[in-house]
Design a protein around this ligand. Structure first.
Ligand code: ZN
Ligand code: ZN
Length: 568
């Protein structure tokens, strides 16, 4: 049976309006997705000069018979989309059939394909079929695209540098491999292997192939479901982060999706566990009934709309937060690992070389992560202080360094957040009422929002022109810093952005905890250190300050011995 059918002109035009083949990566994407649709278990991608001279994709999928192969070159052919309705229920990877004619019109193509009978070999140039013959019967398809855009110099000029093209292709192949761990992928450039996976359907193994063994060792498996969605995947320890959101990969019903809201939910679940400008490595598969999603019908966009966004958000947030809360997250200091942090950030100039070297390291086994639920922060005995900043502690396992400012900041942050969330009637009259004069514009904003201060148990009165007087304050304000704390809170009220209660409380807690905690270069006694560690232990997250920096790092006995060459 012929798999490709002609779709209606109307629909074809609709798609063609948005269809773009603009880069080597978009060609690779179309060809690879066709191979996936043909049920291939092995897909090989070979590039010459990052695809600008040649892109060859070989698969072991079902192949095409002679008529289908010919039809594939004609415009508006598709094997998947038959009616306009289908566009909205589409749960396959994207658009089929339309891509090949578009690619063919701007390149030279050789298509070799067989379903197991006599094979077909077709050559085309600038969209015209120039030869057609019978060939051997190896099941599957090989498409070679040469000299992309040779007949459209304007678009050729538009191609970025070879490195940028290669980086975009690598990024795409990495992601498609993550979304299909059951398919064996290999990617070559100028006959050099850049990347491959083994098709064993082990997601963690693919993560290792993409990000390296050191990252794979620091990934935590997650799995959960609710009535509408089920999620499965891996999230990184908060200490493993990247400088772009590109390391958050979401896959909905097997399709790679770029959804800002979803990325934000995942990133927010790490709130205060990592710096704001860093992003976790996450590979998350979401399964959902296709009636609950809308695939954006613009084929170059990979976005999607969820009709029950709230429940998926809640599921993701709870699952990640629960997982982070159940394990110990003290970073191990290891003298050997300096390199992996920047690897695979794309685009990188030395991409090709780095990927190569990575492959030599990868033979090590990945030890599956086992959550240690018992004591998140172990028993610690402080022995001294370095530069009035780092508390040195020890126990049977090794040595710990605690940043006393970061630790105090975390303790105060959680305390303030708690107090702000549950205002009581306990307030303290100020010995000397605090008078604050401010510019007229700020005064107007403050006057409108005085209720925020009153609800927090401040007693505030207007006094004369552009001046207020604070007569009492809530009991939890840091002792000795009351005036400063009040001024900071008023600043935040005036700064309009934070009127939403949750954000306001967050901002107040971070600001007060940072500005009014022990600073570096402040000597504290061993007793005070013990007290600090005990308070840190009570925290919901004792491992990072509210800015996401570590409060504590660990040097294992083994690591210490290694550093001093007592062991090798
Ligand atoms: Zn700070
Ligand atoms: Zn901090």
């Amino acid at each position: 049976m012929n798999k490709i059918k002609i779709m209606s002109e109307h629909l074809a035009n609709k798609i063609a309006a948005g269809e773009v083949v603009e880069r080597c990566a978009s060609v690779v994407k179309e060809l690879v997705e066709n191979s996936i649709d043909a049920n291939s278990s092995e897909i090989k991608i070979e590039l010459i000069d990052a695809g600008t001279r040649e892109i060859k994709v070989t698969d072991n999928g079902s192949g095409m018979n002679h008529d289908d192969a010919l039809l594939a070159f004609s415009r508006h052919a598709t094997s998947k989309l038959l009616t306009e309705e289908d566009l909205f229920n589409i749960s396959s990877l994207g658009f089929r059939g339309e891509a090949l004619p578009s690619i063919a019109s701007v390149s030279e193509i050789t298509l070799k394909t067989s379903t197991g009978d006599i094979g077909t070999l077709i050559n085309s140039k600038a969209g015209k079929i120039i030869s057609e013959e019978k060939t051997d019967a190896r099941v599957g398809t090989t498409i070679t695209v040469k000299n992309l855009f040779y007949n459209t110099p304007a678009r050729l000029k538009h191609l970025k540098s070879l490195h940028a093209e290669l980086a975009a292709i690598t990024d795409y192949v990495n992601k498609i491999a993550l979304s299909h761990p059951n398919i064996k992928f290999s990617l070559y450039n100028n006959h050099k292997l850049l990347f491959n996976t083994d098709g064993s359907n082990n997601l963690l193994k693919v993560i290792k192939d993409v990000y390296g063994i050191e990252v794979a060792k620091k990934m935590i498996e997650i799995k959960n479901s609710n009535n509408d969605y089920s999620i499965y995947g891996y999230i990184s320890y908060p200490e493993v982060t990247r400088s772009t959101r590109n390391s958050i990969v979401t896959i909905v019903n097997g399709r790679i999706v770029k959804n800002m809201e979803l990325n934000k939910v995942i990133n927010d679940a790490y709130h205060t566990y990592k710096p704001e400008d860093r992003y976790p490595i996450v590979v998350l598969k979401i399964e959902v009934d296709s009636s609950l999603i809308d695939v954006n019908i613009h084929p170059t966009k990979q976005d999607i709309k969820f009709s029950k966004m709230d429940t998926i958000k809640e599921l993701i947030t709870n699952t990640i937060e629960q997982q982070l809360k159940s394990i110990s997250l003290i970073p191990n200091v290891e003298s050997k690992t300096i390199k992996p942090a920047i690897k695979y950030e794309i685009p990188t100039l030395d991409l090709e070389r780095e990927v190569k070297t990575e492959h030599n390291l990868i033979q090590e086994e990945i030890v599956e992560y086992e959550p240690k639920v018992k004591e998140r922060l172990p028993e610690l005995y402080p022995v001294g202080l370095i530069h009035g900043t780092y508390i040195v502690c020890q126990n049977d396992l090794g040595m710990y360094l605690i940043d006393q400012h970061a630790a105090q900041e975390r303790i105060n942050y959680e305390k303030y957040l708690y107090e702000l969330g549950r205002p009581t009637n306990n307030k303290i009259d100020m010995l000397i009422p605090l008078t604050i004069e401010m510019p007229n514009n700020e005064y107007i904003i403050l006057k409108e929002n005085l209720h925020i201060l009153t609800s927090l148990n401040f007693e505030v009165e207007e006094m004369g022109i552009n001046t207020i007087v604070v007569k009492a304050h809530p009991i939890w304000l840091p002792k000795g810093y009351e005036d400063q704390a009040i001024r900071k809170i008023i600043d935040i009220v005036i700064d309009k952005e934070h009127f939403e209660t949750e954000k306001f409380n967050e901002k107040v807690s971070i600001t007060l905890s940072c500005k009014l905690s022990i600073k570096a270069n402040e000597n504290i006694t061993i007793e005070e250190m013990e007290h600090l560690i005990n308070n840190l232990r009570q925290c919901a997250n004792p491992f990072t300050c509210p800015h996401g920096r570590p409060t504590i790092v660990f040097y294992s006995n083994y690591e210490l011995e290694r550093m001093f060459k007592r062991v090798i």
